[in-house]
Design a protein around this ligand. Structure first.
Ligand SMILES: [Zn+2]
Length: 413
């Protein structure tokens, strides 16, 4: 396949694909290529990566009243609902998420799968079936995730260990769901080391500095020699620290090579609801983290559930939300913001051979824009989505403007 005249690294170039790899990139490539796509002056990016997302509890907003003043938390609402999840129910809802993700340009996704006394292994079974059924369209990586904590029922620890034993490559913790956050974190490091798997934590979701755990997680990452293999989602507490304290924590995160994944749409919906005056918005300090050399990404997190009723698996939308949430709207910032759903996210989940470069996997998205700033600002269409050298989605948008043309003033009157 040949992508003709696309914008790669700011220059007009062709991208030639053989089988599932990018074979050559350059001007006016000659040779016999199969299908040719005219992508003249359109942005060619590596496929989007959703690095933190929950398809197993998507599309259940219509089963609950959602968050209300004085009402139950999103965790409690979902815990109640998931008792009734069946394998087929999870499969159908999650499949809808995955199909939408492909439509929106995502070629790799790392999904949290909950294992606990409420849902047992039903979500895992459904997600494994999806992994097989959608192979070729989307790479689906799984995380064995303890949304309910590990000290609140007698089965979660065993379920997590069994999932790792059966090949799930990442273990997901949630310290703030247990009373003793440090004991929770210790169990996850010990278990990750025993099974040789990567770690992901939902961490520091509170505006109370006393609840901070990311500094301890960074220390343990170094102690267990897991630098570069630990990701943290949320980290909103960073925003509530005194500046000097925040700078020390960010230093530790960099030293431990922790990857930070911000989930701005969920923070906007959930955080600061009890505030009498200023409503804390709960989004981590993306710009400061990046400036300090920490690898930062953003992801969709929740889709149409009590955590984010308007959630939708569109990384381009998350880029706009992040621009608004984290003061990243200047043109120089918009220029790198798409890295947070492409190269940075890929790095966070340990992808290799990723990028628009010769030899990389031919996982690409072509945007109807010349620059990242235009793509984000105008929320442009993802014209082509290519997975492993094959077109998996083609999107078009039409619009007809029925207004008078601009008058011709060149003749002068
Ligand atoms: Zn999450």
């Amino acid at each position: 396949m040949l992508l003709r005249n696309g914008l790669v690294s700011g220059r007009r170039q062709d991208v030639a694909i053989r089988d599932d790899r990018i074979e050559r990139i350059g001007r006016d490539l000659a040779g016999a290529w199969g299908e040719t796509l005219d992508v003249t002056d359109r942005l060619v990016l590596p496929g989007f990566v959703e690095s933190h997302i929950h398809p197993d509890k998507a599309f259940i907003a219509d089963r609950t009243e959602g968050l209300r003043a004085g009402g139950p938390s999103a965790q409690i609402l979902v815990a109640e609902l998931k008792k009734a999840f069946t394998v087929d129910d999870v499969y159908r809802r999650a499949r809808r998420v995955l199909e939408l993700a492909v439509r929106h340009g995502t070629t790799t996704m790392r999904a949290h799968v909950e294992l606990d006394a409420f849902v047992e292994t039903r979500s895992l079974e459904a997600m494994r079936r999806l992994q097989r059924d959608l192979a070729g369209a989307l790479d689906l990586h799984l995380i064995a995730f303890a949304q309910e904590g590990i000290f609140n029922d007698p089965v979660t620890q065993d379920l997590l260990r069994e999932a790792l034993q059966s090949g799930v490559p990442t273990l997901g913790g949630c310290p703030y769901m247990d009373k003793d956050q440090r004991a929770h974190i210790d169990w996850f490091f010990e278990t990750a080391q025993a099974f040789g798997v990567a770690l992901d934590f939902h961490a520091d979701s509170s505006d109370d500095p006393a609840m901070l755990t990311s500094d301890y997680i960074a220390e343990q990452t170094i102690a267990y020699d897991m630098q570069g293999r630990v990701t943290l989602g949320h980290l909103g507490t960073l925003d509530a620290l005194e500046p000097a304290h925040r700078a020390r924590v960010i230093d530790k995160l960099r030293e431990a090579r922790i990857h930070v994944i911000s989930l701005p749409a969920t923070e906007f919906h959930v955080k600061g609801r009890g505030a009498a005056r200023y409503a804390w918005r709960g989004v981590t300090r993306l710009g400061e983290l990046r400036d300090a050399g920490v690898n930062v990404a953003i992801s969709t997190n929740n889709i149409a559930n009590p955590f984010t009723p308007y959630g939708h698996p569109d990384p381009l939308r998350q880029a706009l939300v992040a621009a608004m949430a984290a003061h990243l709207g200047n043109l120089d910032q918009l220029a790198w913001l798409l890295d947070l759903v492409t190269v940075n996210a890929a790095r966070a989940i340990g992808l290799h051979d990723y990028g628009v470069a010769e030899g990389c996997r031919a996982d690409l998205v072509v945007l109807d824009a010349r620059t990242p700033a235009d793509a984000i600002t105008e929320q442009v269409e993802k014209l082509w989505v290519i997975k492993g050298g094959r077109v998996v989605a083609r999107n078009t948008r039409t619009s007809e403007l029925r207004i008078p043309r601009e008058p011709d003033r060149s003749s002068g009157d």
